[in-house]
Design a binder for this molecule. Sequence first.
Ligand code: SAH
Length: 212
Amino acid sequence: MDFAAARAELVEHLRYEIKDERVLGAMLRVPREVFVPKACQDASYEDRPLPIGHGQTISQPLIVAMMIEALELKGDEKVLEIGTGSGYQAAILAELCRWVVTVERHSDLAEKARQVLDSLGYRNIEVHLAGDRLGWPEGAPYDAIVVAAGAPRVPKGLVAQLAPGGRLLIPVGSRYEQQLLKVTERHGITEIEDLGPCRWVPLIGEEAWDAD
Ligand code: SAH
């Protein structure tokens, strides 16, 4: 299978929704097939989530692109991602900002993602195994935080990890469907914008859902 051609075709399809050329360029550079289990590699460039083990998924490319476009990254930011999963979204972020901190609660997913990201030569990504508190307070403040899992409400503990003017992208709703919210902190005032419906696996932990 010609992955590069399939990737270019996917990016052309994303263009209908995604206008930021920097985001499209990153989607064109990052090889999604290396983040996907061998058994479904041929589906790497179908615009849909795919299973990566532990009941988790690598996100749909359009949703990854929408989330990252909404972060309005310029290149010098420090970004926190919650839910490393395969590491794919972390790689896209790393193409577009200065430093990425990403946390994952499944140790073998974190380890696998670390290996793939290393093998691709990323040197601006830290992968951590999630601790008891949501996010990675040790590395705060962050210019942007992106949560790759759905939460029942906006966790205060994450808003606290934002730098002044920072933005948090988080799906909020039930365990099965959510609205994508963009939360911006300005002079101590929290603004919330609703970017529309979406569907993510649950965010587990304090201020989120219980593990099954
Ligand atoms: N961004 C990923 C997809 C993430 S799927 C990619 O590009 O492939 C969501 C991930 O969030 C799952 O791997 C799940 O284990 C993880 N997760 C759920 N709750 C978490 C938490 N509190 N901290 C860190 N990771 C969490």
